[in-house]
Write a protein that binds this ligand. Structure first.
Ligand code: SF4
Length: 334
């Protein structure tokens, strides 16, 4: 994997996206009348900001709510509560037509490039589709634009005539990225964009995303479970557990000095390249509780090696411990 370039120093970061107290609950229905008997709290009061031009990584085990967070921001899932402010608009207050127009600025790259591409359409038609939907350009201009986009993502113009099954996994993801870029978005939510790819191809796609970010001034919300991938591409990283954000900090701060016990455990499991470097592996006991019945207080208390009485009763606040290092843990109050 190529070493990450140092980004230009931005003195006053400009906020592009603000997520405030976002919740997404899925109803659980039971009985013969299908009455609602509970909720799966997939995203439970999550707040963070994304600055213009940065990559915010969101990491966590599968089922922690990171993908639902991304989808709820774009309203691919309707949020249950909370606010999502993008530029000067509250996305959650836009009507259908306003949201449709807004989607030009907000695009998504999906995990499985094969499942997300229509097998009956050529790569050219897939990339052209968002241009058509948003009424951009005449037919001939759109065809030219498709050729240009194919080249931007490292493919050739003749690939426009091929179908998804005629491409490798990495090439298919390049088509997915070209489709997302077609409408010149400002924010791209990339949901596990490389996890279905071979390791060698992963780095090519990550490098491509970085190059495109620089070229088009993109802002990324990068969702993944692989801590090394997230470290490679992110400027800041947020860690989610059971629908909640438990820690968020500058990338190096988080990886070098994790403060939340869950982040510490996650990072202790990542192999270090230096065999002489000592790192104590923290083994968590117990299973991740169900999001339909999350524990009271701190959601991590059933597995935390430092659990205290207060952790079982009171939910810790997600607070800035200094320099934008946010942590939700009662240990910070000690
Ligand atoms: Fe552990 Fe308590 Fe901190 Fe939760 S609040 S992570 S249980 S110490």
């Amino acid at each position: 994997m190529r070493k990450r370039r140092r980004k230009r120093i931005v003195t006053q970061p400009e906020t592009l996206l603000q997520v405030r107290n976002l919740k997404k609950y899925f109803p659980i229905r039971g009985g013969i009348f299908g009455k609602k008997v509970g909720d799966i709290k997939a995203v439970d009061n999550v707040s963070f900001t994304v600055n213009k031009g940065e990559t915010l990584g969101i990491v966590g085990e599968s089922g922690c709510g990171k993908s639902t967070t991304g989808r709820s921001i774009l309203r691919l899932e309707e949020p249950t509560a909370g606010e999502v402010e993008f530029e000067d608009s509250l996305l959650n207050e836009l009507n259908g037509e306003e949201m449709r127009r807004m989607r030009r600025k907000l695009q998504m790259v999906f995990q499985d490039p094969f499942a997300s591409l229509n097998p009956r359409k050529t790569a050219g038609a897939i990339i052209e589709e968002p241009l058509t939907v948003h009424g951009i350009g005449e037919a001939r201009e759109r065809k030219e634009k498709v050729k240009e986009l194919l080249q931007v993502v490292g493919l050739d113009a003749y690939h426009a005539e091929r179908y998804p099954h005629q491409f490798s996994g990495g090439q298919r993801q390049r088509i997915g990225i070209a489709r997302a870029l077609a409408v010149r978005p400002k924010l791209v939510v990339a949901d596990e964009p490389v996890s279905a790819l071979d390791v060698s191809v992963q780095s090519q796609v990550l490098n491509l995303l970085e190059d495109l970010q620089e070229k088009f001034g993109l802002t990324y919300l990068f969702i993944a479970h692989d801590l090394s991938v997230v470290r490679h591409i992110s400027d800041r990283v947020g860690v989610m557990y059971l629908g909640r954000m438990v820690e968020l900090a500058e990338r190096d701060t988080l990886y070098d000095n994790p403060l939340h016990p869950y982040t510490q455990a996650l990072l202790s499991a990542v192999p270090v390249p230096n065999p002489d470097a000592e790192r104590e592996r923290i083994i968590l006991t117990g299973d991740v509780p169900s999001p339909s019945d999350p524990p009271a207080g701190c959601a991590f208390h059933t597995r935390c090696p430092y659990v205290m009485d207060i952790c079982r009763e009171k939910r810790p606040e997600f607070q800035d411990q200094g320099d934008g290092h946010f942590v939700a843990c009662h240990l910070m109050d000690e």
